[in-house]
Design a protein around this ligand. Structure first.
Ligand code: SF4
Ligand code: SF4
Length: 736
């Protein structure tokens, strides 16, 4: 009989007959037992959830507003969760798989809730049932369709986990709970259909049940194998295998599995269904690019005890689904450094749970020994934010990592080379340890004078930065940028010896007090100058000026003799002062025709590397690309571009530390440029927009054997070349 005929028959049946008995085949004793188990299951579930959330309240307050504007947060989180947008990112298979499972699971949950409402609210208050007729048919059809999607999703997950053995799904924290979780879901999905098929078969295959197309199909199979409907008195055991008996068995198996699953949710991996949603609700949209402020209270500790972590950091640990996306994109892990971001989050969780179970307390992070996290692990982090960008449940790794780094710095567990950097900054105000008086020597080769922004009003207050000021290779970039600004005929000036290191990266290594000192110095200096916009050469300076200096409340340090600031407010809290990366400023000038470029000046084939602090941190992807195209160069993209960019290895203090790496992140990136772009080895120039990237890639070019294969250039150098040799000569730029 085809479906059209079936539906015709259904339409001919009285609406009230189009339904089914909810507890068909279950005795009154079974019914009572079922409700006893329901009550126990709900009690175990509620207690577990209560325990979890009450544990979070033992964490410290979080420095950022996490639950303000709650309705908006919940709606946004629901959109993120339902769309699965993060799961689709870079992985269509995982996106589809998770969507099928989530949408299927939610539909089945809603369907069960509707049924419960019909039975226990509607029936009691109104009498009768609305689960009849057309509603019943639509309900059954949806449940089958979405249930099928759910089973397909689970099948995809099983295939990927056990057949393909996708590497990122397996790690140090993979355990039985991962297997139990996925197989229980599989059992619930497949068992639900088996139960439905047996019920339809054992109740004589009512015609209207054809809408339950999966269950009906299974019932037809049972009919095809001539399964007896019900047993006869005096049958032997084998003859007891009947539709009715199997339905009874399936009903109880399915119910017991569901009870187990619900009760288990708060105690293991399935808890991510609640905690990860809560985590998305409580996310800080600026996480990572602005770190929590250093507490003015000198007695405050960082990560001496697990209770130093904020409630959000504890929630982060429980929200982790072990998906391994963060590990898969981590450049530190890829280059063999001893860091796996997933493991750090889960090690912290494991340590907390051991303590809660009465385990022995020991150092959370230290140099070797029995600490939960090893110092070397934390030193390995480049603060590139790739892990946070990849995480589908908005775990803010860098919040916890900075806490751990602050603890290491407090303990003095810092690499000697990093201690030298701290010393240099303390004594000379720059990471090189050079004299502050030499800070603007790079400009000596220019034929024009630079304006002293401390004495004259300028449009652009140009913060040059440490590397462009002191490092020979980057001095060439500084001179190129000065040339461009001069050629565009804008008013700009620098701070000369009043410019110090911006502090962005030592902050990420945990040296917060020195950072506050530097911020205070710069804010006081900025306040004494007259300018419209701050322009930065280095994306790291740009990030910290734009996102972090405005967060420092200098009043909090008013009583601290070590921080004698004249300034006692929050600088630029209203965002009135524009802070730009230089590419953003010059892009506007190029668009205004101020550099006389017609887009045909150069004909190199180039690729561009998005610096983490400009791209992922601050979402600026187009300005650098627009400038490259404005020179006439052909820009070919590397596979990992924009927010998927792969760190050069220099962030988070990596620039100043030595690691055993194979390959170095910079070498891997140069390989990508020469092998994985559409132009392949035809790429002539590897274009950067960050002094740290320049340093790391010039190094990687040598150590990786790429010296003859590719050249590293800053966008500023391309622009100067495009402006023309005559203009360069006129403006006094020298090649070195
Ligand atoms: S910030 Fe970058 S280097 Fe650090 S753990 Fe995350 S991905 Fe790895
Ligand atoms: S931290 Fe996020 S990305 Fe990493 S394993 Fe956990 S859930 Fe996945």
């Amino acid at each position: 009989m085809n479906v059209g005929v079936q539906l015709g028959i259904i339409n001919g049946v009285a609406q009230s007959e189009v339904t089914r008995e909810t507890y068909w085949g279950i005795s009154s004793t079974g019914y009572a037992l079922f409700y006893l188990l329901t009550v126990i299951t709900i009690a175990v579930f509620v207690y577990g959830v209560y325990q979890r959330f009450s544990r979070y309240t033992e964490g410290e307050d979080d420095p950022f507003a996490r639950l303000d504007d709650l309705p908006r947060r919940i709606v946004t989180a629901a959109k993120i969760a339902l769309s699965n947008e993060q799961n689709f990112d870079r992985d269509l298979y995982a996106g589809l798989m998770h969507s099928f499972i989530l949408w299927g699971f939610l539909t089945l949950l809603i369907a069960t809730s509707i049924l419960a409402f019909d039975d226990y609210a509607y029936n009691l208050l109104v009498g009768g049932s609305f689960w009849v007729g057309d509603f019943y048919l639509a309900y059954q059809f949806m449940v089958d369709a979405m249930g099928l999607l759910f089973v397909v999703g689970i099948g995809m997950a099983l295939y990927r986990r056990y057949w393909v053995r996708n590497e990122r799904l397996w790690g140090r924290h993979t355990s039985n709970e991962d297997d139990i979780f996925i197989w229980t879901l599989f059992g619930l999905g497949v068992g639900g259909f088996a139960l439905e098929g047996l019920r339809i078969y054992a109740t004589g295959m009512p015609d209207h049940e054809v809408v339950s197309f999966v269950g009906y199909g299974l019932a037809m199979v049972l009919g095809a194998v001539n399964l007896p409907l019900a047993g006869e008195p005096g049958m032997n055991l084998a003859a007891g295998v009947t539709g009715e008996n199997l339905h009874w068995l399936a009903w109880w198996s399915h119910s017991l599995l569901a009870f187990f699953f619900i009760a288990w949710i708060p105690y293991a991996k399935p808890f991510h269904m609640l905690s990860s949603f809560a985590n998305v609700v409580a996310r800080d949209e600026q996480a990572g690019k602005r770190l929590p402020n250093v507490p003015a209270d000198l007695d405050a500790t960082n990560a001496e005890s697990i209770d130093d972590f904020t409630w959000k950091e504890l929630l982060d640990q429980d929200a982790c689904t072990k998906c391994g996306r963060c590990s898969a994109v981590c450049p530190a892990k890829a280059s063999g450094r001893p860091l796996d971001p997933r493991n750090v989050i889960l090690d912290l969780k494991q340590y907390r749970e051991q303590l809660d179970a009465g385990g022995e307390e020991h150092a959370i992070v230290a140099d070797g020994g029995t600490s939960a996290i090893d110092a070397e692990t934390m030193e390995s982090c480049m603060a590139c934010m790739a892990c946070m960008d990849a995480c589908p449940v908005e775990i803010e790794h860098l919040q916890s990592f900075t806490r751990l780094n602050r603890q290491l710095t407090d303990q003095g567990d810092v690499a000697p080379s990093m201690q030298d950097v701290f010393q240099n900054v303390m004594q000379n105000g720059n990471t090189f340890g050079n004299s502050p008086r030499n800070r603007a020597d790079w400009a000596d080769d220019l034929e024009f004078e630079l304006t002293d922004a401390r004495n004259e009003q300028v449009d652009y207050l140009w913060y040059v930065g440490d590397y462009p000021s002191y490092d020979d290779r980057n001095k060439r970039v500084a001179r190129s940028l000065a040339t461009i600004l001069q050629a565009a005929d804008v008013s700009f000036g620098i701070l000369f010896e009043d410019e110090k290191y911006d502090g962005n990266d030592i902050r990420r290594v945990g040296e917060e007090f020195l950072y506050v000192e530097l911020a205070g110095h710069h804010v006081e200096t900025f306040e004494d100058c007259a300018f419209d916009t701050i322009v930065c050469t280095d994306p790291h300076s740009y990030n910290t000026f734009a996102n972090e200096y405005p967060e420092v409340d200098f009043e909090e340090f008013a009583d601290d003799p070590m921080m004698p600031f004249d300034y006692d407010e929050q600088w630029n809290a209203d965002g009135a002062i524009d802070v730009l990366h230089w590419t953003q400023a010059i892009e506007e000038l190029v668009a205004d025709g101020r550099l006389d470029l017609d887009g045909t000046e150069l004909d190199y084939t180039v690729t561009y590397h998005d610096p983490c602090h400009l791209g992922r941190y601050n979402d600026e992807y187009e300005a650098p690309r627009d400038l490259i195209r404005a020179t006439g160069c052909e820009l070919v993209e590397m596979p990992r571009n924009r927010e998927d960019s792969f760190c050069c290895g220099g962030g988070g203090g990596g620039l100043w530390m030595d690691f055993e790496e194979e390959p170095k992140p910079s070498e891997e990136r140069l390989r990508e440029a020469l092998e994985d772009t559409t132009a392949g080895s035809g790429v002539e120039k590897f274009v950067v927009a960050c002094p740290m990237c320049m340093t790391m890639y010039e190094d990687g070019r040598k150590t990786g054997g790429y010296e003859d294969a590719i050249e590293i250039v800053d966008i500023a150098e391309l622009l100067v070349e495009a402006i023309g040799a005559d203009a360069q000569a006129k403006l006094g730029v020298t090649a070195d």
